[in-house]
Structure formats: C-alpha cells, structure tokens
Design a protein around this ligand. Structure first.
Ligand code: OGA
Ligand code: NI
Length: 358
C-alpha cells in the first residue's frame, strides 16, 4: 500500500484548503516557516500601508479616567469621540492582572493543537455564538487577511461557561465583568452631550444590549508589506473596547489618505466609536476607519469587546438628538440586518453605513 503523503503546502492552490477549509488557520501556515507570502494573501497596492501615508507626528487622545466623575474627564471623552472617534484610556479601573490573564488565555487558546481549535469552527462549533475562523469573510474576499480569530457572542454567564473553550473562558468572562463599569461610564458621558439624560432600559438595550468578544491572533508574516492583518473597516458596534499587546500595528484613518498609529501603552484600553453609535447620535459621534498591518517578527494578539445593540433592536437616530429640528441622516434599521450586511462583504472602509443612510 502506498503511504499516505500529505499534499505539500507549498502548492499554493492548496493553501486556502489548508488554512480556511481545513481550519489550520494562518497560524498553522506561519508555523511551517514559509519564506514568501502565498498569493492568496497579496493585497492590491492601494490596500497596503506605506510610510508615505503614515502621519508620525499625530496621535489619538489619551484620557486619564482616574477621576472619571469630573466634568473635564467627561468633556475629553466626548471631544475625543467627536473629533477622532478613537482614543485610549488609562487608569480605567480594570486591574492589570485581569488584562494580563486575558492575554495569556488568548495565547493558550491559539496554542492549542489545530484539532482542538477546529472544534469551534463553523461546522463543528457547539453553538452559533462561538466561532473559530480565519481572515474576515474568506468566501467573499479577493485577498485574504493574515489573521485568525475566536469570536464569542455573549448571551449569559451560564451559556458562556457551558460553550466557550475552557482554555480561555474564565479569564475572558472576568475581563468582560470588570470592563462593564468602564463601558457604563463612557456611555453615560457620551449620552449627556447629546441630551440623553438617563440611560433607561430601552436605551440600555440599544446602547449595550449585547456583546461580542473576539480573540484576534496575527501570526508572524513572511512579507508583511504585501498583506494586511485586518483591512480598512469601521466596527458595527456602539463602542469597541480593545486590548492590544505591545506589538503595535493598529492604524486609524487621519485626514485625507493618512493613517495614525495607535501606540501600545501598557495597561491602557483603546476605545472607538462604531457605526451603531454614529447612527444613534445622527452623526455627532463618528465611527472611524481602522486597519491592522501584518508583522514580520512577532505574533500579535488583540482582544476587542464589541458593545452592541441587541440583534432584534431597531436602531436609528435618537429622538433626543432630533428634538431641536435636526434632520435625520439615517433610517431605522433592524440591527441584525445591519450586521448581516457587514459580514456579507469583504472589509470595505466606511461603506457599511450606507445601508442605513436616508
Ligand atoms: C477589530 C479590530 C484591531 C486590532 O477586530 O475590529 O479592528 O488591533 N481590531 O486588532
Ligand atoms: Ni475594528
């Protein structure tokens, strides 16, 4: 009998099978010590970031939250959300151990053997709410993104304890619990400025009724300049709370065609406005395009919490925002339809929001 010979991975037609279909992930590919980037990952020139379009002297605001109840802290949060849509917070109250533990847990999950991670792929996962995958939307993309992820939709502690991977669930849940007061404070401040005086039950549902947490893994890449970690996009969330490691590589759209780096700051969290908040604030707060570059020498991880409306919520500009006679820029849309529209297409900058434009 002939020995069963694995098809060599260097035959690029099998790369997509190896990474996407067979769920070895781009981490599996990276660990094979490739010398050159497979063609499936080569991005068009206009999607690559080059030194000529980076603004090294610019930076997004850094806000100290130690005295979060002071007026000036709220003011800086709202100013940053209006002007930049992106900022970092320090002294936010989430203990550093909690952040370190969730980062360790992320490495622990991705370091599991491929067959363990595969148990959470689309075909095998015990639930639609837990998904291990690669790139963003491999079926729709012309060029793949150099990233693997584990995405977990939060329904309840009980469901999470039963279904999330044991390699990371306790640390991820603790991180979510501890970040809750931070989310509350940020949203309270942002709502005051747009005349929403109180976050009642309805508003709470629209602003933070559901959550999704992703563990992102960007493996070392043989030709980082030819590909992307994540392509240009804005998030579909209300707010995103992102923990990044010390690698760097997240860029935010500045003026025109320029990009501003978000430098890692130990213990900080990166906050950004998502499309849902842009819609609900009728454009007062703007979701900003961002992207992640690939790295040639280091594996990078990040852990975003997407704070979202519930899938069954209808979202549109808040009445309080329109009370003064301001014209609505967005119509009412079912949030799950909005999200479906986002996932159906490759990352394409700020285009998702056109779905809700009047
Ligand atoms: C995202 C994202 C940025 C990062 O997951 O939507 O933009 O730094 N992540 O990983
Ligand atoms: Ni994002």
């Amino acid at each position: 009998m002939d020995p069963i010979v694995a098809t060599p991975i260097s035959e690029s037609s099998n790369i997509t099978d190896f990474v996407v279909t067979n769920r070895n992930g781009v981490k599996g590919l990276s660990e094979m010590g490739l010398k050159t980037l497979p063609k499936q990952y080569i991005q068009p020139v206009e999607e690559r970031i080059t030194v000529s379009n980076i603004l090294p002297q610019e930076s997004i605001p850094i806000i100290d939250m130690s005295n979060w109840d002071e007026q000036k802290v709220s003011e800086s949060i709202c100013d940053a959300a209006e002007k930049w849509g992106f900022f970092q917070i320090i002294n936010h109250g989430v203990p550093i151990e909690v952040l370190e533990n969730v980062q360790d847990a992320t490495h622990r999950f991705f370091n599991l053997p491929a067959e363990e991670k595969r148990k959470f792929s689309k075909e095998n996962s015990p639930s639609n709410s837990v998904r291990f995958g690669t790139s963003f939307s491999p079926e729709a993309e012309k060029a793949l993104e150099w990233k693997d992820y584990l995405s977990m939709f939060y329904v309840s502690e009980d469901e999470a304890s039963a279904l999330w991977p044991s390699a990371c669930k306790d640390q991820v849940l603790e991180y979510m619990r501890r970040s809750e007061p931070v989310i509350q404070r940020l949203l309270e401040a942002l709502m005051k400025r747009i005349n929403v005086k109180e976050i009642n039950e309805t508003k709470e549902s629209l602003l933070m009724g559901s959550k999704r947490i992703n563990l992102n893994y960007y493996p070392i890449c043989p030709n980082p300049e030819l590909t992307v970690g994540i392509g240009r996009h804005s998030d579909v969330s209300t707010l995103t709370i992102l923990l990044q490691d010390d690698t760097g590589g997240l860029y935010v759209r500045g003026n025109n065609d320029s990009w501003v780096h978000v430098p890692p700051i130990s213990g900080s969290l990166v906050i950004n406005v998502g499309d849902a908040l842009q819609i609900m604030s009728n454009g007062r707060y703007k979701s900003i395009e961002h992207r992640v570059v690939a790295n040639g020498s280091k594996n990078r991880i990040s852990v975003p919490i997407f704070v979202n409306p519930r899938p069954e919520d209808m979202i549109g500009p808040f009445p309080e925002v329109l009370a003064g006679g301001e014209k609505a820029l967005y119509k009412q849309v079912l949030y799950s339809n909005y999200v479906r529209h986002f996932y159906k297409k490759p990352h394409d900058g700020k285009k998702t929001i056109e779905f809700a434009k009047i």
